[in-house]
Design a protein around this ligand. Structure first.
Ligand code: NAD
Length: 335
């Protein structure tokens, strides 16, 4: 990867650099998503990915269909049954600074006529799952996979205590959220693995994925996995029409949701939420790798829609890696 300013590149140079970056990112992605065994740190992946996004944004003609920017990362294990997601499970766009966040906000507000709020949520460091209920009964659970086709992991998900088998109302819904491994369970698991001469998992996210995407249900049951649900494929069966109300209604239905969220009326409030939880991050019992900011109105979310890969109504503010964390936030900016 070069660090030449993008505005000094010709389209040919940009295309050549992008053609070098894509196979590298695809290879890292396979190791991360398919084998649950990354070979580089996330911030290395993120830096190369951000460079590719910058090249493709400056020179849209160089985008290729197989580019990681055009595909939800993730594959399916050949030996697990497949599930087609009627409504795709997407990734999230990301930003790494308050300035970039502010640009996102300005772009969005430029495209929306009315004033709107955001809902700020913790970005749980796990893997996305989808839970299908028919008339209030849990019938199928799956991984995100490539966003269109995931893995059927119903039997494994049935072993997780935070997933209700029956809802408090007989709804037919697909609820989405995150399956994660609490930090204490992760440390204990790696100790047991090392004592048994097995390779430790790289991080709680990979440990959770490896514990769910496998054939032995008893292994999943022993791994102390937990869930936070935060989304629904189609909000029509619900009473609420806001993201914050959705979290409350999911909790009423019997799901475990994360109690830490906040409606923010402007970017100053969003930045304050980010700063507070960036500081408290290491005190939480589970890993978070950022804050997700979502337009709070569900009809507005639907109206804004999504690209092939990410919703237009949300963005993830990514924290720096924990060990090199420095104060990068400057919340004293005008809105
Ligand atoms: P992502 O994990 O950065 O963000 C999207 C995901 O966030 C969603 O799918 C959802 O599962 C999750 N999420 C957690 N809390 C949420 C909330 N409150 N609301 C909505 N979504 C929430 O995106 P991704 O496409 O799954 O993966 C990209 C990430 O994976 C990057 O951080 C990258 O560093 C990492 N990665 C690392 C490697 C490596 O080799 N180290 C390779 C590929 C990807």
């Amino acid at each position: 990867m070069t660090d030449k300013p993008i505005n000094t590149l010709t389209e040919e140079q940009a295309a050549a650099e992008a053609a070098e970056l894509r196979p590298q990112l695809i290879k890292w992605g396979q190791q991360y998503y398919s084998a649950d065994a990354p070979t580089v740190e996330d911030d290395v992946y993120d830096r190369v990915y951000a460079r590719l996004v910058a090249l493709e944004t400056a020179f849209p003609k160089i985008v290729t269909p197989e580019s990681p920017t055009q595909n939800v990362g993730g594959t399916t294990r050949g030996d697990l049954p497949k599930v087609t997601h009627d409504i795709p499970m997407l990734s999230l766009g990301d930003v790494f600074s308050i300035d970039e966040l502010k640009e996102f906000d300005e772009r969005l507000r430029g495209n929306v006529d009315e004033d709107f709020d955001y809902n700020c949520e913790l970005k749980i460091d796990g893997l996305a799952i989808s839970l299908r209920y028919e008339n209030g009964e849990f019938v199928q659970g799956s991984t995100r996979g490539n966003g269109q086709i995931g893995e059927d992991i119903t039997a494994n998900l049935k072993t997780i205590p935070s997933i209700p088998q029956t809802l408090s109302r007989p709804l037919t819904i697909d609820v989405r959220g995150e399956c994660y491994m609490p930090k204490a369970a992760f440390l204990a698991l790696n100790e047991r693995r090392e004592a048994a001469g097995k390779a430790p998992f790289a991080n709680p996210r990979n440990a959770a994925a490896g514990s769910l995407r496998q054939l032995d249900t008893q292994v999943t049951a022993d791994r102390q996995l937990a869930t936070f649900m935060y989304n629904i494929a189609d909000y029509e069966p619900l009473n609420t029409r806001t993201q914050s109300g959705l979290l409350d209604e999911l909790a009423e239905l019997g799901f475990t949701t994360n109690a830490t969220y906040q409606v923010a009326h402007n970017m100053t409030e969003v930045a304050a939420f980010i700063e507070a939880y960036q500081e408290q991050r290491s005190d939480l019992a589970y890993g978070i790798d950022g804050i997700v900011i979502k337009a709070n109105s569900l009809p507005l979310q639907r109206e804004l829609g999504a690209t092939v890969k990410v919703p237009r109504w949300a963005i993830a503010f990514k924290f720096p890696p924990e060990e090199v964390q420095t104060k990068i936030l400057d919340i004293e900016w005008t809105v």
